[in-house]
Design a protein around this ligand. Structure first.
Ligand code: ADP
Length: 302
C-alpha cells in the first residue's frame, strides 16, 4: 500500500529545428500532449508494479483535467483524494525540443500550487495505513512536509524525492526516512549552488546529521550511493541502450517505495529501483517508458 502526495501536469511538446529568439515565430512539428508531473508519474510507476496506490493531488476545472482521470482509470491509480480546484487551470508545461535534443520548458503549476496541508489531512487515514508515503517538491513545500510529518506520526516509512529542488530547513528534511536527490538536487536542498564542488558524500552526511535516516543519492549512469549512519554502499547502474533519460528519477523513487512496501530489504529495493530507472531510459517519453512488473522482473532475471 503506497500513497503518493504530489503534482499532475499536462505536457505540451513541439519539436523545432532551433529555438525561436524573442519576438520570433518558428514553425515546429510533432505536437504531442500527454500526462506528466512528478507525483503523477510516480503514482503510475507504483501502480504498474502492482502496488495499491492512491494519489493525493489537484487538477483544475478545465478540460486538461480529463487527461488525469483517464490516465488513473487506465492505470489503476486510486483517485479518492484527487481534487478539482475551481477557478484554476490544471498544471501545464510547454516544452520545445530543438534538433540537438535540448529542451526549453515553461511551467504553470496551476492547481498544484493549491495543494495544502489540509488536503493531506483529508487523506490522514489512508496515509496511516500505507506502508510507504512518497512525496516530491512540485507542490508547496509545506504540503510535502506535512505528508512526511503525518507519516512519521503514524510510523509509516516516508520518502522525499526532493525534485524540483529548493532549500528546505533541516528539521523538515529530518521528517523523511529516506531522501532521494540527484547530485544537483542535493546541493540546492542544502542551500548551495547547483554546481557546488563539495564532495557529495559529505553533503549526504549533513542530511544524516540533521536526522534523515537514509540518503539515496542517484547519479545517473554512475549508479546510486546509499548513505546511512553506519556506512556507504554503492549500487551500480544497469547498463542499457539509452534513448531518453527523462523520468528515470520518477521511476527510481516510485520503485524504491513499492519495493520497501513489499517488505524487501533496503539494498534489494535500491537495486530494483535502479533497474526500473534504467528501463525508463530505454524508451522515449515518461509514461510510455515506465516499466510494468513483468518487464522489471524479466530484466532483473536476465
Ligand atoms: P534524475 O532523473 O532525477 O536526474 P538520475 O538521472 O540519477 O535521476 O536517475 C535515477 C536512476 O535511474 C539512477 O540512479 C540510475 O539507477 C538510473 N539511471 C538513470 N540514467 C541511467 C543511465 N543512463 N543508465 C542506466 N541507469 C540510469
Amino acid at each position: 500500500v503506497v500513497t503518493v502526495v504530489g503534482s499532475f501536469a499536462v505536457g505540451l511538446t513541439l519539436r523545432a529545428d532551433r529555438f525561436p529568439v524573442a519576438g520570433e515565430t518558428v514553425v515546429g512539428r510533432d505536437f504531442d500532449r500527454g500526462p506528466g508531473g512528478k507525483g503523477s508519474n510516480q503514482a503510475v510507476q507504483a501502480a504498474r508494479l502492482g502496488a495499491d496506490v492512491e494519489f493525493v493531488g489537484l487538477v483544475g476545472d478545465d478540460d486538461l483535467a480529463a487527461i488525469a482521470w483517464e490516465l488513473y482509470r487506465r492505470e489503476g491509480v486510486g483517485t479518492r483524494y484527487l481534487g478539482v480546484v475551481q477557478g484554476r487551470n490544471t498544471g501545464v508545461g510547454f516544452i520545445v525540443l530543438n534538433a540537438a535534443g535540448e529542451n526549453l520548458i515553461v511551467l504553470d503549476p496551476g492547481a498544484n500550487e493549491c495543494l495544502e496541508p489540509s488536503h493531506v489531512e483529508r487523506a490522514r487515514e489512508r496515509l496511516a495505513r500505507s506502508h510507504v508515503v512518497l512525496t516530491q517538491l512540485e507542490i508547496p513545500a509545506r504540503t510535502a512536509v506535512h505528508a512526511l510529518r503525518l507519516a512519521r506520526e503514524a510510523g509509516v516509512t516516508a520518502i522525499l524525492n526532493p525534485a524540483p529542488a529548493r532549500p528546505l530547513p533541516l528539521e523538515d528534511l529530518a521528517l523523511a526516512d529516506i531522501v532521494t536527490p540527484n547530485e544537483t538536487e542535493l546541493r540546492i536542498l542544502l542551500g548551495l549552488a547547483p554546481d557546488d564542488p563539495s564532495d557529495s558524500l559529505n553533503l549526504c552526511r549533513r542530511l544524516l546529521d540533521a536526522g534523515v535516516r537514509t540518503v539515496v543519492l542517484t547519479r545517473g549512469a554512475r549508479g546510486v550511493l546509499v548513505v546511512e549512519p553506519r556506512g556507504v554502499t554503492e549500487v551500480a547502474a544497469f547498463p542499457v541502450p539509452v534513448v531518453d533519460t527523462t523520468g528515470a528519477g520518477d521511476s527510481f523513487s516510485a520503485t524504491l517505495a513499492v519495493s520497501l512496501a513489499e517488505g524487501r530489504p533496503l539494498m534489494e529495493a535500491v537495486r530494483r529501483a535502479a533497474a526500473a530507472g534504467a528501463l525508463t531510459c530505454t524508451a522515449l517519453g515518461v509514461i510510455p517508458a515506465l516499466p510494468r512488473r513483468e518487464q522489471l522482473e524479466a530484466f532483473l532475471a536476465a
